[in-house]
Design a protein around this ligand. Structure first.
Ligand SMILES: C[S@@+](CC[C@H](N)C(=O)[O-])C[C@H]1O[C@@H](n2cnc3c(N)ncnc32)[C@H](O)[C@@H]1O
Length: 294
């Protein structure tokens, strides 16, 4: 995928590059290594991410990377670049007109802005935190937007779309499954990180939230792929969350199995169901995640 971004943006060795929303530096570092005459500037809003990227640069002996920590919605600068990338940051944003106006000022003449965003195939909607069903907004995408595949076509005052590609959800689903597996394999080393990040009392809860996030993403994007973009077709209910103060390492299970598991277990205090089918005994498909306190 990283190489595909470079190919589709027509990146050339020697270009100046801006990576907006660089996260832990996967693309910035990839470009800096592979295109050693490129100078890469990354922007993220996390000092931890900046420190991680700088450590990687030291280990890899890269001297062509600079990371700026800033909130992009208020950040201004005079610089301009040959290529600007933004990989999965637009989902965290709102005012695309203002954002694209700002970014367009950082483009040189004849340069390209390459944006990758995940999207619903037809509808854009706000991530809204109205009730407990909206946990993914509350904990992971507060203030963000589920973009639609065509959304950016409506914002062409300061930039013009010259090409666009659709990518199905298969690999995103597989990646999320893989994150889940790695998390489950490394729970004992993850525990102190969760405790220091979220506090001792909330560490188990947050471990569960992350597991839920990975499973929900895998299910959603896999469903979109399998059903050719048609959401809310029958697959399966899934995941058990907390048993006592232990995190339960469940994979997805059928709704029937979940029910019998619940009835045979003495210890379950909380079960989360994530489903994607409108079925009379499961309630509304819009209740993607339902908390059930038994
Ligand atoms: C999903 S990650 C991006 C993934 C990354 N581009 C990659 O290719 O691996 C979202 C990024 O957006 C950044 N971000 C979110 N809101 C931001 C804001 N208001 N200002 C700057 N960066 C922001 C986060 O710091 C994070 O780096």
């Amino acid at each position: 995928m990283l190489e595909l971004y470079c190919e589709r943006s027509q990146l050339k060795d020697g270009h100046t590059v801006l990576d907006v929303g660089c996260d832990w530096g996967s693309l910035s570092l990839y470009i800096a290594r592979k295109y050693s005459n490129c100078r890469v500037t990354g922007i993220c809003n996390s000092t931890t991410q900046k420190a991680h990227i700088e450590e990687q640069c030291r280990d890899l002996q890269l001297q062509n990377v600079e990371i700026i920590v800033a909130d992009i919605s208020i950040f201004e600068m005079e610089a301009s670049y040959d290529r600007i990338f933004s990989i999965e940051m637009f989902e965290h944003m709102k005012n695309y007109e203002d954002l694209l106006k700002k970014i367009s000022k950082w483009l040189k003449e004849d340069s390209f802005l390459f944006i990758h965003h995940f999207c619903h195939k037809a509808f854009a909607y706000h991530f809204e935190d109205i009730n407990e069903d909206d946990w993914i907004t509350r904990y992971f995408f507060s203030g963000g937007t589920m973009t639609s595949a065509n959304l950016l076509l409506y914002f062409q005052d300061d930039v013009s779309v010259v090409n666009h590609w659709l990518v199905n959800g298969k690999h995103y689903a597989q990646t999320s499954e893989e994150w889940l597996k790695r998390m489950d394999k490394n729970l004992s080393s993850i525990k102190p990180i969760m405790e220091s990040n979220y506090g001792k009392d909330s560490a188990v809860k947050w471990t569960v939230y992350w597991r839920t996030f990975f499973i929900a993403v895998a299910e959603l994007f896999d469903t979109m792929m399998e059903k050719n973009g048609c959401l809310w077709k029958s697959r399966k209910a899934m995941l058990i969350m907390e048993i006592g103060d232990e995190v339960v390492l469940s994979s997805t299970i059928s709704y029937g199995d979940l029910k019998s598991f619940y009835h045979s277990s003495k210890h379950i205090i909380k079960v989360v169901l994530v489903w994607n089918t409108p079925s009379p005994d499961r309630g509304s498909p819009s209740n993607l995640v339902n908390w059930i306190n038994f």
